[in-house]
Design a protein around this ligand. Structure first.
Ligand SMILES: O=P(O)(O)OC[C@H]1O[C@H](O[C@H]2O[C@H](CO)[C@@H](O)[C@H](O)[C@H]2O)[C@H](O)[C@@H](O)[C@@H]1O
Length: 884
């Protein structure tokens, strides 16, 4: 990824001097203007200010909640250039890639983390310059000494927690000094974060390096909204409790309001550890821990995704394509042409050189090494078998299962010699933690295995394994992915494993076959891969052989649904889901019946297995956030695409069930393949079983002109009395809206209006409905529940789901059968089984279901990026604080 050049950040002739930059780069920082100095001593100087913020001086600023991200590493590193200047480069690690785009696009977010810089090498003045440089990207660097890094990072994080959490207890080192340093450095982080916190901020702490930080912040900010996410597995209670400081670690994490893992299994392991180690803590039926200080800690799974479009785009870059062509040629997949190919650290340069004899490959093998048995076997099948490429991309880490994988590959060549000469394995293994002895041992073992296999099976013009131990940038990596007929992703333990997802994203033609370990989070989602136990060498060997033999049709069939889901479950949507849930669990009453990942998975599973599906979905407040002016709640293009995708499948009946007028429903949704129920059931169009395209008015309704003559003047009176309130007329309803009015004035008038209306509605066959900042009069016979009843009772569906946010939607929940899913959006009493925070969660759920039916439609699924919609949600939150 390219660096962000800082024009003001020039390296002076003298050592490092950032003075000039500080002077000219004092750009306005918006919400973060008050960001202060960090590092030792910073807290003392900022503490007074932090207190002032807490005691009411916080900026109202639309009250948009600010986000403070805290992670071990910052998403950007400072790099010296040859010309003496410095640039800030985005890091390419999973975390920077996942949250970086969110951070960059949300000006109200701030990122705090270790800079990677040794403070001893710089003067105070220089460090101030570095801070300023980071400040431009809303980052606050923390400087750690060698001693701190040794104990906290290399020691406790990487030598204790890392192996333990990956079920490698035998590699784990338990040292009191490391633990103490870990605690001390977590405290250092707390001291940097604390002074920046203002009321209403959200703090999102990342990963196993900072497990004590949530509690440290909670002690000082009892009302803060704190989230913590673990990017690696959480081990079983049996393994976890072997850690001498396991209770302190659990208590540290429990300072958060939301504790997130990649999978439901990891959250279950965490809960099991809680029961075992802290049995005194009550966990309620919603899986929420009631903490003695009064805050609640919810536990849930949020499977991380990738930036799907980035990988898809990069796979088509010229560099990636050249890499692929080069690999194809080297592996004999392009027999008519020969490319001169060289792989460099930067990538690959491939030039079409000489057109070669199509039989070049077979001649070479037949004639030059006739006495080799292997060569004979290989040569005999040349021409009848097309050549294949296997790829894998990993950090050289003992959790990745490289030796086991190599053994499986070697066994396959042994057992199925027809592959000799016909399959080439591109093994990219980037060295990591090279100073740690276990990593050195692993490197030696992998080197040896590669050497043994290459030595044993190589032919003159064929080498079984191309072993690359350099760090390649994203373009050549995508070239390798696209060249791979099969990706071999077999970690012994992994939190998620993004390589599996990146590989599939690069194969948008739906070819490419994945052999995937069932010991990583990705296996929960990528269920159409060849799933293997990575310790079972025979199983991996067979899966690899089968994956190489797969027909294009079978490969495509397996990939369609996985690809579709990857497009929906992106890194951006992962961020939004986590933050949305954090907002939900931090609000009073919102944890009750919260829709967790296990519910989500059950809904998806039932949807995938169903033959006919019915979705009954309210509009305002459910699919789109409530806004001040009704006409501004128009659906976005992304939402219209989503409704089209879900609704156009022949096995899905999607009904929009709204209180909106049928004219508006026609304008906004008339061209989509969804059924429409308007004005709380008084009107409908395009319902299942109907053979007319016309709007239908419900039977037996009183004459609207007659009763509106009575009701409208009563409501108009209220609109006249209350500034900024207004009356909305529909064909069979009239509504008085007061969202934009002064709350007290509106409330008095509301009481008065209700009183006046009660006197007349009964005689006219009408009723009063109270809704979100609206009083509405409709015919008695109409309700959403009545309108959906024929479909709910039809017996036609083996999947039913109703979603809504207000009182009128409760009538739908009331008639839904027990086996149906009912989901309430937002706070308040409800008959629904489950609750989500806001429309974001609904759109994400529907997008996931839409991806599930992609298989049936056989059409590529449109990529869903709801970020625009989420911005609207943020704005709506800002507008509607305490306003619902
Ligand atoms: O059944 P729904 O689809 O939820 O529609 C219910 C009412 O929605 C509209 O009013 C509500 O949304 C407005 C826009 O966000 C907001 O300004 C208003 O305060 C809400 O009550 C619509 O104007 C009504 O006619 C619908 O009955």
């Amino acid at each position: 990824m390219g660096g962000v050049r800082l024009p003001t950040l020039r390296k002076p002739r003298r050592r490092h001097n950032f003075q000039a930059r500080v002077e000219v780069s004092d750009a306005p920082m918006g919400l973060w203007d008050r960001m202060g100095p960090t590092g030792p001593g910073a807290m003392g100087s900022r503490r007074g200010q932090s207190r002032r913020f807490r005691h009411g001086q916080e900026k109202k600023a639309g009250c948009m909640s600010r986000l403070i991200i805290v992670s071990n590493r910052l998403p950007m590193s400072l790099q010296a250039q040859e010309d003496g200047s410095y640039t800030l480069h985005q890091n390419v690690g999973g975390l920077a890639t996942a949250i970086g785009p969110y951070h960059r696009s949300h000006k109200d977010s701030l990122w705090i983390g270790w800079s990677g810089i040794d403070p001893q090498k710089y003067s105070e003045k220089e460090l101030a310059g570095i801070r300023q440089a980071y400040r431009e990207s809303r980052c606050i660097p923390i400087f750690l000494s060698k001693e701190e890094l040794n104990g906290y990072y290399a020691g406790f994080s990487n030598n204790t927690l890392w192996p333990l959490f990956h079920d490698f207890s035998h590699e784990a080192v338990f040292r009191q000094e490391d633990w103490e340093m870990y605690r001390k450095v977590n405290m250092r982080f707390a001291q940097v974060v604390e002074p920046l916190i203002r009321k209403g901020d959200t703090i999102w702490i990342q990963d196993y390096h900072l497990m004590l930080l949530p509690k440290m912040l909670r002690e000082r900010y009892p009302d803060a909204s704190i989230g913590w996410f673990l990017h690696v597995p959480f081990p079983s209670a049996e393994i976890f409790r072997s850690l001498p400081w396991s209770r302190e670690i659990l208590e540290g994490v429990l300072g958060a309001n939301l504790i997130g893992f990649h999978t439901v299994d990891f959250s279950a392991s965490f809960l099991a550890s809680l029961h075992r180690l802290l049995p005194e803590l009550p966990v309620n039926q919603d899986g929420v821990v009631e903490m003695p200080d009064g805050h609640r800690a919810a536990i849930d799974a949020f499977p991380i995704g990738i930036d799907y479009n980035l990988y898809r785009r990069t796979a088509h870059s010229s560099l990636a394509r050249a890499m692929r062509r080069g690999i194809d040629e080297v592996c004999g997949k392009s027999p008519r042409h020969r490319y001169r190919t060289s792989v460099t650290a930067e990538g690959v340069a491939a030039n079409e050189a000489t057109a070669s004899d199509a039989n070049w490959w077979s001649h070479y093998m037949k004639e030059d090494i006739p006495e080799s048995t292997l060569a004979k076997q290989a040569a005999s099948s040349v021409g009848s078998r097309s050549n294949k490429v296997i790829v894998s991309v990993d950090r050289l880490d003992y959790t990745k299962g490289l030796p086991e994988r190599l053994q499986a590959f070697g066994r396959m060549l042994d057992k199925y010699p027809e592959w000799v000469g016909h399959v080439t394995y591109y093994l990219l293994a980037t060295p990591s933690r090279e100073v740690v002895e276990s990593y050195q041992r692993l490197k030696a073992q992998v080197d040896q295995l590669v050497g043994e296999i290459n030595g044993r099976y190589s032919l003159l013009a064929w080498t079984p394994i191309h072993y690359i131990t350099r760090s390649l940038s994203i373009k050549p990596v995508c070239g390798i992915y696209t060249a791979g007929d099969v990706a071999l992703v077999t970690p012994l333990r992994d939190g998620m494993n993004l390589v599996a997802k990146e590989y599939l994203a690069c194969h948008d033609g739906r070819d490419g076959t994945l052999v995937l370990s069932d010991m990583c989070g990705a296996a929960d989602e990528l269920t159409d891969a060849f799933i293997v136990n990575p310790y079972d060498i025979d199983m991996v060997c067979e899966a690899l052989h089968n994956a190489l033999e797969i027909t294009p049709e079978e490969s495509k069939r397996r990939n369609i649904r996985m690809q579709a889901r990857l497009k929906v479950r992106t890194a951006a949507n992962w961020c939004t889901s986590f933050l949305d849930s954090l907002r939900q669990v931090s609000a009073p009453g919102m944890t009750d019946r919260r829709l967790r990942m296990d519910h989500h998975n059950a809904i998806v599973r039932q949807w995938d297995g169903a033959h006919r599906r019915l979705v009954l979905c309210d509009y305002d407040g459910t699919l789109t956030p409530l806004v001040r002016r009704p006409e501004r709640a128009k659906p976005t293009q992304a939402l219209r695409r989503l409704l089209t995708q879900v609704g156009s499948n022949p096995d899905v009946d999607f009904l929009l069930v709204s209180g909106r007028s049928h004219q508006i429903m026609q304008d906004w949704f008339g061209d989509l393949s969804v059924g429409l129920i308007a004005e709380h059931g008084a009107w409908n169009r395009n319902l299942p079983g109907s053979n007319s395209d016309e709007w239908q008015r419900a039977q037996g309704l009183p004459d609207s002109d007659t009763w509106q003559k009575v009701i409208r003047p009563i409501m108009d009176e209220s609109a006249t009395r209350v500034p900024n309130s207004f009356v909305e007329s529909k064909s069979d309803a009239v509504a008085w809206h007061y969202r934009m009015s002064d709350a007290q004035v509106a409330e008095q008038e509301r009481q008065d209006l209700l009183h006046r209306l009660r006197g007349v509605v009964v005689g006219l066959g009408l009723m009063i409905m109270e809704n979100s900042k609206v009083v509405e009069v409709t015919p008695v016979a109409t309700s959403k529940g009545q309108a959906i009843l024929p479909f709910v009772n039809s017996g036609d569906y083996d999947f039913m789901m109703a979603l809504g946010d207000d009182e009128t939607d409760e009538t739908m929940f009331a008639v839904m059968p027990d086996k149906g899913w009912t989901i309430k959006v937002g706070p308040g009493q409800t008959k629904a089984r489950l609750r989500v925070n806001d429309p974001t969660a609904v759109t994400l759920l529907l997008a996931d279901l839409g991806a599930g039916v992609a298989r049936d439609s056989n059409e590529p699924v449109a990529s869903h990026d709801f970020r625009d919609d989420h911005t609207v949600v943020d704005e709506a939150h800002a507008q509607l604080t305490d306003d619902k």
